[in-house]
Design a protein around this ligand. Structure first.
Ligand code: SF4
Length: 381
């Protein structure tokens, strides 16, 4: 794009944005001034998540944690509980750690430069550019999925947008185009164009404010862009969930502090290929949760459960079987339900809770789904 073209492109894009932008609670518009903490929070929530899903979570967060200091002072379990349902829980942990760093290293102020923002946990090049430009008016570029698609179409980029060389090219274009004046509005305008007009399947080129700058619509069918390299197929795994009930209460355990859904709570769950020590004889044995649910396979699971929690279960019944997709895994959840026959819960292995007393235990969506299918047993809530 020549300088003249770039100028006209930005002018048209900004004029359209100022007229058509959505009224989002973290956006500076009408009487609302920009709040860097709100920008940081919204950017953390919007990664991998739709705006409509984020809005109620955003409101709940700022009602509970009105300032960065409030968030920094919060307990991690409280943060995870409020985040519950939004998924990708690492974002919540990083946000919490970022709030602590802002309080301890930046005097409670969200940093204003890309360099300082990149020091915060969970903040990458895109988020740093978004916060610096939107919250502080710094001339910093952004490239997210929307911007990638818009640029691929505008500039007729045929190379796969997820190839490292193309990513570099897209960042160079973004850095070249971002203006000194109103960089935050300009960046939001680009992303808004991708979200509202230059959409993945049916771009609305007939109402597009930058239609006349677009090589994609002039020279090809823009819907065919962008091209992408095929992603690696997610790994298929099985999680075997055991809903163990005693006197109307169910057993819950906390997940390890590292890995998927770390520190969150769940019904006891046996993941792929757990090595267990059998009660009889002490020999080690491998448990495969994806094995067909034969009596022998169930007996092995009961042994695993007994080793881990010190409780002997009655014969289990299967209550659910569903699939949950994460970025890298397709997880099949098989839910077994059983009453505790005898035994004493080993110390620090879990807690007993009624199903209506779980508000303070953060849990993943598939674990909540597993509970929805439980058959209410005598004495249960
Ligand atoms: Fe996207 Fe169509 Fe606008 Fe080009 S003209 S930027 S393809 S919406």
């Amino acid at each position: 794009m020549t300088q003249e073209h770039a100028k006209a492109f930005r002018r048209r894009l900004l004029a359209w944005y100022r007229k058509e932008r959505r009224d989002l609670p973290w956006r500076a518009m009408n009487d609302r001034a920009v709040n860097p903490y709100h920008v940081l929070l919204s950017e953390a929530m919007l990664q991998q998540t739709q705006v409509a899903t984020v809005v109620p979570y955003f409101h709940r967060f700022i009602e509970t944690f009105a300032t960065v200091q409030d968030l920094a002072d919060a307990d991690e379990q409280q943060v995870l509980t409020l985040w519950q349902g939004l998924g990708y829980y690492r974002r919540a942990r990083n946000l919490h750690a970022a709030a602590k760093m802002i309080v301890n290293a930046f005097n409670g102020e969200v940093p204003s430069t890309v360099e300082d923002l990149l020091k915060l946990p969970g903040v990458g090049k895109y988020t740093a550019g978004a916060i610096a430009s939107i919250a502080h008016g710094a001339q910093a570029a952004v490239v997210d999925g929307n911007v990638e698609r818009v640029f691929a179409r505008l500039m007729l980029i045929q190379a796969p947008i997820n190839a490292p060389a193309t990513k570099k090219q897209l960042w160079a274009i973004a850095e070249d185009l971002v203006p000194k004046s109103s960089p935050g509005d300009y960046n939001q305008a680009l992303m808004e164009l991708g979200a509202m007009v230059c959409t993945p399947k049916l771009p609305k080129c007939f109402v597009c404010p930058v239609h006349e700058h677009c090589r994609g619509v002039a020279e090809t069918n823009p819907e065919t862009l962008p091209n992408k390299l095929a992603k690696k197929k997610p790994k298929a795994v099985t999680h075997l969930v055991i809903a163990a009930e005693r006197n109307g209460k169910y057993l819950f355990e906390q997940r390890p502090s590292k890995g998927l859904w770390s520190n969150m709570w769940q019904l006891p769950t046996c993941e792929e290929l757990v090595v267990s020590r059998r009660r009889s004889g002490g020999a080690t044995q491998t448990i495969n949760p994806s094995a067909a649910r034969t009596a022998a396979a169930n007996a092995e699971i009961l042994d695993w459960f007994c080793d881990r929690f010190g409780l002997i279960l009655e014969h289990p019944a299967q209550t659910a079987d569903f699939t949950h997709q994460t970025t890298h895994r397709t997880i099949r959840f098989v839910v077994l339900q059983a009453c505790v026959q005898s035994g004493r819960l080993k110390p620090k292995t879990g807690v007993w809770r009624k199903l209506n007393q779980l508000d303070d235990l953060p849990m993943s969506n598939p674990q909540r789904q597993a509970m929805q299918n439980l058959n209410v047993l005598p004495g249960s809530p």
